[in-house]
Design a protein around this ligand. Structure first.
Ligand SMILES: Cc1cc2nc3c(=O)[nH]c(=O)nc-3n(C[C@H](O)[C@H](O)[C@H](O)COP(=O)(O)O)c2cc1C
Length: 264
């Protein structure tokens, strides 16, 4: 039995841009007319998301602490309920994705969506230039494209649906707990030229009065968008404990991890 699917809504959150890259390659493999719904900026999350009846929902998030970023719940609250096909994607920084993909699978199922595929890809770590350095790279892009092609095949030629069985081989419910948020926020050096790119790309509008030098620590989710996107390299997390912990984590995760793909 084939399913009629007319287009694909690419719904994602991607502060440092690696999730967005993977989404676009998967979407190219799916070869359905795409609608890009980038939920990274706060204004994008203000309104309900409308999906056509025969629209595939491609949902993609980075991994934060082995889970989805909490903002994923905010985005799911804006999505319509109802039976429709979905693809679940997480992108992680070459450490581990732990319960994040299972959590995304569960959120989709709670909405009434059925999964025609789920996958974990690797992107350069938000806090590092050595963990997952320069990823996604051409091999990742090819894997993402192939995943899109395979999902298209499942979608159009079969009636099989992905169960949580294969995901549960590597993840658990209840999901791991979020670790305590570090009491830090990005600092700004004298290299800042006031271009405001950081202010404009902050997913939680954490800059006080649009001042690039003043971050509301309570709002900041430590996504590192401002650190990675600053053309002057004027932003950094200047905290010794944080720097030491990241160095230890990087040293333990220099091995190349590969994408993991689940199909029905
Ligand atoms: C707060 C936070 C927590 C993170 N936790 C993890 C993690 O548990 N495992 C991992 O491998 N990478 C982790 N990362 C790295 C991101 O998952 C990774 O860099 C991803 O590619 C970022 O996606 P983006 O470019 O779409 O923002 C974390 C990043 C941040 C900002």
């Amino acid at each position: 039995m084939s399913r009629q699917v007319i287009q694909c809504a690419n719904i994602f959150f991607s502060p440092t841009g690696t999730t967005r890259k993977i989404v676009r390659h998967v979407a190219a493999g799916l070869a359905l007319p795409p609608r890009e719904l980038d939920m990274t900026l706060p204004t994008a999350r203000e309104q309900k998301i409308f999906l056509e009846r025969e629209e595939l929902a491609l949902l993609a998030f980075p991994v934060y602490g082995g889970r989805l970023p909490k903002i994923a719940l905010e985005i799911f609250n804006q999505l319509p309920n109802g039976r429709r096909p979905a693809l679940a994607l997480v992108v992680y920084g070459n450490r581990a994705y732990e319960d994040a993909l299972l959590e995304l699978f569960d959120l989709c199922v709670q909405k009434g969506y059925f999964l025609v595929g789920a996958a974990a890809f690797i992107g350069e770590h938000s806090y590092s230039h050595v963990m997952g350095q320069n990823r996604p790279d051409p091999a990742d892009e090819e894997a993402a494209h192939q995943f899109g092609l395979s999902a298209r095949h499942c979608l159009l030629t079969g009636d099989k649906v992905l169960s949580d069985k294969s995901l549960l081989a590597e993840a658990h419910r209840p999901y791991r707990k979020y670790s305590a948020k570090r009491p830090i926020s990005p600092d700004t050096s004298r290299k800042c030229v006031g271009c405001l790119l950081c202010v404009k790309s902050c997913p939680v509008a954490a800059f006080v009065d649009n001042n690039p030098r003043q971050v509301d620590q309570a709002k900041c989710i430590l996504c590192a968008a401002c650190v990675k996107l600053c053309p002057e390299k004027a932003k950094s997390f200047n905290d010794d404990d944080f720097t030491d912990d990241m160095a230890v984590m990087a040293a333990a995760n220099l091995d190349r991890k590969e994408p993991v793909i689940h199909l029905p």
